[in-house]
Design a protein around this ligand. Sequence first.
Ligand code: SF4
Length: 86
Amino acid sequence: MSWPPAASSPPSRPVPSAAEIAANPANGLCDACVHQRLVPNTRGSVFSLCERSRTDPRFRRYPATPVLRCAGFEPRPAPEQRDPAG
Ligand code: SF4
């Protein structure tokens, strides 16, 4: 098995609201960012990977969390705005 897991099977979950991020800042802005990918390990932990780090060295692969400010932040679309095809 390769590590980290392929990007083709990201965990699905709802987009947190600003209030939810403020109440539970586990990963901060990343939890609402289109560039975040959650990477589980075999011990049950889940890490927040920044996909921008693949192409832009300004971004760390695993940023220190919670991320409170980020120039690369782009909000994920709300579930009703997502393309049903993917
Ligand atoms: S671009 Fe910024 S906010 Fe988005 S996942 Fe990367 S570090 Fe987090």
